[in-house]
Design a protein around this ligand. Structure first.
Ligand SMILES: *Cc1c(COP(=O)(O)O)cnc(C)c1O
Length: 349
């Protein structure tokens, strides 16, 4: 730490991203990246002509991408905020809307706690139920800004739309932020509720189902007034937050519906086959609606399995902490990668 660091950040614990090791090649099942490439139309954006255009700033209003998304989501362009990855939309949402307090689950996306620390937001932790589902009644009953991942990470479990709606109805003066990073892989989106509820903000990403983690693109959808608040913070920090190439790739990714639909269906098939094998091997595996499986074995800790898999060339993620230490989180890779994983797990067990 330098002598110049603002003292308010002295004890800041930042987010720890999943490892991206360069020492050897691994089967990477640790950061929920897609096993398939972006659609060909998306990759075709990376040409010489677009390269020459990089001398120009990107459109700070993101007009084209907003219009394409608006049509896809049956919303208006004024209902959409474009961000540099969905982490940026989450960052602005915590900055803007959670000053009095934020409520989120004990097992959920680790970045929520980091944003709460960054903005010195008081936190209410709501424990998942014993079956690892969200305690939506507890969210409905609290007055803090509620932040849910749906489907949740790292469990993969989805909350039915009626429960989301009950939280919204319970207190119209309390904002609910729904992080739908994995919604394309299962669960029901809350986007159709946006017209009806001014206290709903939905956050989505191109990193997972659209296979664009490296391009950094996300968005928030909600009532126009919420979106204006986010725009204000964007213009106060980084008006050109998304680069030209990414913005154009995002447009093409929304238009390439058929390509992605097919890839997502294949992934869901592999997810279900892998889950069955893991259960045969003695794992407890919640019924994930996301592109990963959260799996616990009675006789091995998550850390132990993580280490043994890593030695054998497969990266997964484990989480320390009482409720999560028996689990590993396994991203759904290609059919071949999952076959390799289950073979190696059989040897280890
Ligand atoms: C991956 C992920 C994100 C963020 O992804 P970006 O790459 O920043 O768009 C947000 N929320 C959850 C729950 C995630 O798993």
């Amino acid at each position: 730490m330098s002598q110049f660091l603002n003292p308010i950040y002295q004890n800041m614990i930042p987010y720890t991203p999943g490892e991206q090791p360069q020492d050897r090649s691994y089967i990477k099942l640790n950061t929920n990246e897609a096993p398939y490439p972006p659609a060909p139309e998306v990759i075709a954006v990376l040409n010489e002509e677009q390269g020459k255009q990089l001398r120009l700033y990107s459109d700070p209003t993101a007009r084209k991408l907003k219009e394409i998304l608006a049509e896809d989501l049956m919303l208006g362009a004024e209902n959409i905020f474009i961000s540099n990855g969905s982490d940026e939309a989450l960052n602005f949402a915590f900055m803007a809307f959670a000053a009095a307090g934020a409520a989120f689950a004990d097992m959920t996306y680790g970045f929520y706690q980091v944003f709460a620390d960054l903005y010195r937001i008081p936190v209410r932790i709501i424990s998942l139920k014993s079956d690892l589902t969200m305690d939506w009644e507890a969210f409905a009953a609290c007055d803090d800004t509620c932040v849910l991942a749906n489907p949740n990470a790292p469990t993969g479990l989805a909350l039915p739309l009626e429960c989301i709606e009950s939280i919204l109805k319970a207190n119209p003066n309390r904002l609910l932020i729904v992080d739908e990073a994995y919604i394309e892989f299962g669960g029901e989106t809350a986007v159709p509720l946006i017209g009806q509820y001014k206290n709903l903000l939905v956050i989505r990403t191109f990193s997972k189902a659209r296979a664009l983690a490296g391009a950094r693109l996300g968005y928030a959808a909600g009532n126009a007034e919420l979106i204006q608040d986010l725009e204000m913070l964007k213009y106060a920090t980084n008006p050109y937050n998304v680069n030209r190439l990414t913005m154009e790739m995002g447009c093409q990714a929304i238009l390439a519906q058929d390509y992605y639909q097919e890839k997502i269906e294949e992934l869901k098939q592999v997810r279900s086959e892998t889950r069955n094998i893991l259960m045969e091997l003695g794992f407890y595996v919640p019924d994930s609606q996301a592109n990963f499986l959260f799996a616990a074995h009675a006789s091995h800790t998550g850390e132990e399995l993580y280490k043994k898999l890593k030695e054998r060339g497969i990266l997964v993620r484990y989480f320390s902490g009482k409720r999560t230490e028996n689990f590993i989180r396994i991203t759904i890779g290609s059919k071949e990668e999952m076959k390799e994983l289950t073979e190696i797990l059989k040897q280890i067990l």
